[in-house]
Design a protein around this ligand. Structure first.
Ligand code: SPM
Length: 291
């Protein structure tokens, strides 16, 4: 599937509808007050809307990436699940997620020494810095080093470099496509230090069972420990999204470290309890992932 198949003509009568062949026959619609930005970058169509009830909304190639209303659920879990599963995360790589929200969450961990960040589309960073300061504040952290380029190529040149790698990709259509291939996951594994952990955007157990099975299969084959978490994101299709994780040592389904009260007070979704709960999957998914 190519991004030419995505219906970009999605705003009608003041409502944005997310129409995509990856979730046929269903569309989430949000009421729009104003289009704040709409341009085609080198890689994709970027739209930024002011919605009536969900704050600002970032849309890439017609697909919702985040709303200010519920972005915390995804960013917190993408960052804190792997970081709290690791006993001492110091060197971190983030691929994708140009809005900066995952960087913001990683920045809350004082023991992290260095955060490499690789994003293919510079324009997403610029739009986020202009319109989404509560996420793009992630870039203000002096530990963050930004690399503009293809995540697949970036990771190929890294060996034994990171404790945690987070892949905050868009869907496997358009520029995110390369980040769903086995060869990319092999690169992630080689880029990890001993005992390292990866967490990748794992699609939806309701909308994309084929992708969930594929990603879980790849991580099971390549990593010592594999686990799949399911989280609530009301403005993603199905109202949920998965996080696919692999580890070269540490177990994933419970935190390896205690959370400080200072950090817990900053968070809205992540707790040590929800860390464990996220890996408890419905029976049909357990069966699906065993097959
Ligand atoms: N930092 C937020 C960036 C969002 N990255 C993930 C976006 C996924 C969008 N599609 C969700 C639909 C599930 N297939």
């Amino acid at each position: 599937m190519t991004n030419n198949m995505i219906n970009l003509n999605t705003v009608k009568n003041g409502w944005f509808s997310e129409i995509c062949p990856m979730w046929p026959g269903v569309a989430l619609s949000l009421e729009i007050m104003e289009t704040l930005y709409s341009e085609k970058s080198r890689f994709q169509q970027i739209d930024l809307y002011q919605t009536r009830h969900h704050g600002k909304m970032l849309v890439l190639d017609g697909i919702i990436q985040l709303t200010e209303f519920d972005e915390f659920t995804y960013q917190e879990m993408m960052a804190h699940l792997p970081l709290f599963s690791h006993p001492d995360p110091k060197n971190i790589l983030v691929i994708g997620g140009g809005d900066g929200g995952v960087l913001r969450e990683i920045g809350r961990h004082p023991q992290v020494a260095k955060i490499d960040f690789c994003e293919i589309d510079e324009a997403v960073i610029a739009v986020s810095k202009e319109f989404l300061p509560s996420l793009a504040c992630g870039y203000d952290d002096p530990r963050v080093k930004v690399h503009i380029g293809d995540g697949h190529a970036f990771v190929k040149n890294k060996i034994n470099a990171y404790d945690v790698i987070i892949v905050d990709s868009s869907d496997p259509i358009g520029p995110g496509e390369a980040l769903f291939k086995k060869s990319f996951y092999e690169g992630l594994k080689n880029a990890l230090k001993p005992g390292g952990i990866i967490a990748t955007q794992g699609e939806s157990i309701f909308m994309h069972q084929d992708w969930v099975v594929t990603l879980a299969g790849i991580t099971r084959e390549l990593f010592l420990v594999q686990a799949y978490a399911n989280i609530c994101v009301p403005t993603y299709p199905g109202g949920n999204i998965g996080i696919c994780m692999g580890s070269l040592g540490p177990e994933l389904v419970r935190p390896a470290r205690q959370i400080s009260q200072i950090l817990q007070d900053q968070l809205k979704y992540y707790t040590p309890q929800i860390h464990k709960a996220a890996f408890v999957l419905p029976h049909f998914v357990e069966k699906l992932l065993k097959e």
